[in-house]
Design a protein around this ligand. Sequence first.
Ligand code: SF4
Ligand code: SF4
Length: 93
Amino acid sequence: MSDQQRYDTWLATRQEDWEARCRHCGACCGAFEDPCVHLVMTPEGHSRCLVYPARLGPHKTVGGRPFTCVHVRQKLGTSWPGDARCGYKHPDH
Ligand code: SF4
Ligand code: SF4
């Protein structure tokens, strides 16, 4: 395996570890206030984004409020309703 291949494998592992921190509570998508129109909740209470690969950019909430969807890492310095459940903000809970 080349150095590049080893590096690519390491990067992919880091990406998977990062994504795995999400508990799919939906809080960052407004599940506990005015949710994004693309947010769906399963009967088990897990969130799913209907447009995940194309999620970044302008969207609206169910209530009609415009907002911009960003990477969760750009939100970590802020707070939002339900963020105590977030696996990125509280990885040890
Ligand atoms: S577009 Fe963004 S805010 Fe809306 S459900 Fe998807 S990830 Fe959440
Ligand atoms: S608030 Fe955190 S744990 Fe919940 S869906 Fe958003 S990123 Fe995932």
